[in-house]
Design a binder for this molecule. Structure first.
Ligand SMILES: Nc1ncnc2c1ncn2[C@@H]1O[C@H](COP(=O)(O)OP(=O)(O)OP(=O)(O)O)[C@@H](O)[C@H]1O
Ligand SMILES: [Mg+2]
Length: 219
């Protein structure tokens, strides 16, 4: 499956979740590829700093050069999961949405993030005209259940008609700490709260993948 971490606003958590999901998939024995479309190359830099850790192969493919969508599709063949990290760039987003099967849209508990997420959802709906099998869902990220904004986030997104995963990623410093030494929260400490969040997010991705495969078989 070709999975894109999508967004049109900086700092929502795309790179954090892209590397976490790719590492979790790799650790569970899935044939995994991490592709970094962001010219900043954060995910690719993480992968290079992760040389000592059991992390998946990674590729930097910055930008939206002609043929980018086809390149991504070709790369995804032979992998169980291809995780694509994207920058906040509408052209690059449009290119990846042409071929992605699932777009996850991290959304922090802030109106600014919610407004941006609505625009990403619209981009996904537009992309479905060319790529009808594209699924998309919001992932509440960096939530703190003690705050009103965090507690209300999934409900607020659903009220706007947006699909929301049942899994939320809590705000935990373990994600940044792990990134600093080329790891992820779930590789460092699978039983930790941050590690479990990543594991549950990966389970949700696989459940959606199974659903997509079944839908393709019967349609
Ligand atoms: N669940 C979380 N808990 C705590 N910190 C988080 C969480 N998710 C992301 N962060 C932090 O938020 C910041 C932005 O995250 P990240 O770089 O993954 O977002 P991005 O969408 O890829 O941003 P960019 O626009 O730079 O590509 C980073 O400092 C990261 O460590
Ligand atoms: Mg990023």
């Amino acid at each position: 499956m070709l999975l894109a971490l999508a967004g049109l606003k900086g700092g929502t958590g795309r790179t954090t979740l892209a590397v976490a999901l790719a590492a979790e998939a790799h650790a569970r024995g899935r044939r995994t590829l991490l592709v970094d479309l962001d010219p900043r190359g954060d995910a690719h830099a993480w992968s290079r700093s992760a040389a000592e850790n059991p992390t998946p192969p990674a590729l930097a493919l910055p930008g939206s050069a002609p043929g980018q969508a086809e390149r991504l599709r070709a790369l995804s063949f032979g992998h169980d999961l291809t995780v694509v990290d994207t920058p906040s760039d509408p052209e690059i987003l449009a290119a990846v949405l042409e071929v992605a099967e699932l777009a996850l849209i991290p959304c922090r508990p802030s109106p600014l993030d919610v407004w941006a997420a609505v625009d990403v959802a619209q981009a996904c709906l537009d992309a479905r005209r060319l790529n009808p099998r594209l699924q998309f869902a919001m992932v509440p990220n960096a939530v703190d259940a003690r705050t009103t904004l965090s507690a209300a986030l999934p409900r607020d997104l659903r009220t706007m008609g947006l699909p929301v995963l049942d899994v939320a990623i809590a705000r935990r410093v373990a994600h940044a700490e792990a990134m600093a030494h080329g790891s992820t929260a779930s590789l460092d400490a699978p039983g930790s709260a941050a590690g479990q969040d990543v594991a549950e997010l990966f389970d949700a991705v696989e459940a959606l993948q199974a659903h997509c495969t079944t839908a393709r078989l019967y349609h």
